[in-house]
Design a protein around this ligand. Structure first.
Ligand SMILES: NC(=O)c1ccc[n+]([C@@H]2O[C@H](COP(=O)([O-])OP(=O)(O)OC[C@H]3O[C@@H](n4cnc5c(N)ncnc54)[C@H](O)[C@@H]3O)[C@@H](O)[C@H]2O)c1
Length: 358
């Protein structure tokens, strides 16, 4: 199977590329490193079944060239602007990276005859459902962020392109995902801030925002399982875990996992963390459960694992110096918060560790 992963150098994309290669698929990663990083996929480059194109998926000519050359069997569309707070100031970022990338991929699939499509949608398409338990048929879908709007617009395009061209499309709407190679989000921010000042932590909102957090290993497992055979037409699933965590829970777990005590929390106040943030929602997972899939980790377990997986910079000082990096034990790697950097010959290990810790 030849898979094209659009946005494959991002957090979820890079984990997916790794899993696809592990099941012996050929993988073509397309990314412009807008939010993703070269480091996220560095460890995959030695695999001859892995190819990378550094291209902008908002440029339809570039997309067409890649598809004509690669002719994938399936497209996993993970590319988007994932920094919702940033696009609140610049909505055109969403139009370009979230909506236009979807249009271009679908249009080029139509032209080149590719039929299988997986799309990362989001709980943000539901907007602020004010406590209602949302299932896949919930309406009206009223996003409150530009991000949610461009994802919903993308779902509209997927519906039309699938109907008009007999595609088999799978859409997963999931909430916050966490795990190794994080590029953004609350855990990423907390670790970064606590490294700068381990005595205090400013928390956006009132700390009661309560959401389910899904570990990326659970999500990737679900993606692989359900893309094995996608029915013709569009199939939509809510994907997530059954438990939830508050932002204060997250702060406590991050401090505990970092070994920090007596950290002073202060809150900026307000129901949501920022304008466009949905403070709480309840996900109905009956449809995916009925198919026999459940997340293995609880929300709090996923958060604790994520802190450990993204603490590379902190561990590096002790572990790399003894040649014992937690991700690649036999190689001279320096772990950093978004992955591992391979050292060049004779590069001074401790200096590089200090660089990533700063
Ligand atoms: N992480 C979450 O909590 C979460 C939740 C729900 C949905 N999603 C969706 O899952 C997908 C993956 O999310 P992620 O957390 O890995 O985000 P990410 O930002 O780490 O990954 C997205 C990737 O897309 C790339 N990209 C963006 N615009 C591009 C363009 N114009 N051309 C080429 N590449 C481009 C980025 O460089 C990045 O590598 C996204 O579609 C996101 O909206 C994520």
């Amino acid at each position: 199977m030849k898979a094209l992963v659009a946005g494959g150098a991002g957090f979820i994309g890079s984990n997916l590329c790794e899993a696809l290669l592990a099941q012996k698929d050929e993988v073509v990663c397309v990314d412009n490193y807008y939010n993703g990083t070269k480091e996220n996929i560095e460890h995959l480059r030695s695999d001859s079944r892995f190819t990378v194109y550094e291209e902008d998926l908002a440029d339809i000519d570039a997309v067409e060239k890649i598809f004509s050359k690669v002719r994938p069997d399936i497209v996993y569309h993970m590319a988007a602007n994932s920094d919702i707070q940033a696009s609140a100031q610049a909505p055109s970022v969403e139009y370009r990276n979230t909506y236009t990338t979807t249009f271009n991929i679908l249009e080029v699939m139509r032209k080149t005859g590719v039929k299988k499509f997986f799309f990362c949608s989001t709980s943000a398409v539901y907007g602020d459902a004010q406590g209602s338990e949302v299932n896949e048929l919930f309406s009206p879908l009223s996003p409150i962020s530009y991000y949610g709007a461009c994802k919903l617009g993308s779902e509209g395009l997927i519906s039309a392109y699938t109907y008009m061209n007999d595609f088999s499309s799978l859409v997963f709407r999931f909430p916050n995902v966490v795990g190794p190679h994080l590029t953004h989000g609350v855990i990423f921010d907390f670790i970064k801030r606590l490294r700068k000042d381990p005595s205090r932590l400013v928390i956006l909102g009132d700390g009661h925002q309560c959401k389910p957090y899904l570990h990326v290993s659970d999500l990737v497992d679900c993606i692989l399982r359900f893309t094995e055979s996608i029915p013709q037409g569009v199939t939509v699933y809510n994907v997530g875990g059954e438990s939830q965590s508050t932002v204060t829970n997250i702060a406590e777990i991050v401090c505990r996992e970092m070994g920090l005590k007596n950290v002073k929390f202060s809150y900026t106040g307000g129901r949501g963390g920022w304008k466009g943030d949905v403070p709480a929602f309840a996900y109905n997972l009956d449809k995916i459960h009925a198919k026999g899939w459940r997340a293995a980790m609880t929300s709090n377990e996923a958060i604790a694992a994520t802190v450990r997986e993204n603490m590379g910079g902190v561990r590096a000082l002790s572990e790399v110096a003894t040649g014992n990096c937690h991700r690649r034990p036999r190689q001279r790697f320096v772990a950093r918060n978004t992955g591992c950097i391979k050292l060049k010959a004779k590069e001074p290990v401790l200096e590089i560790c200090k660089l990533y810790l700063s």
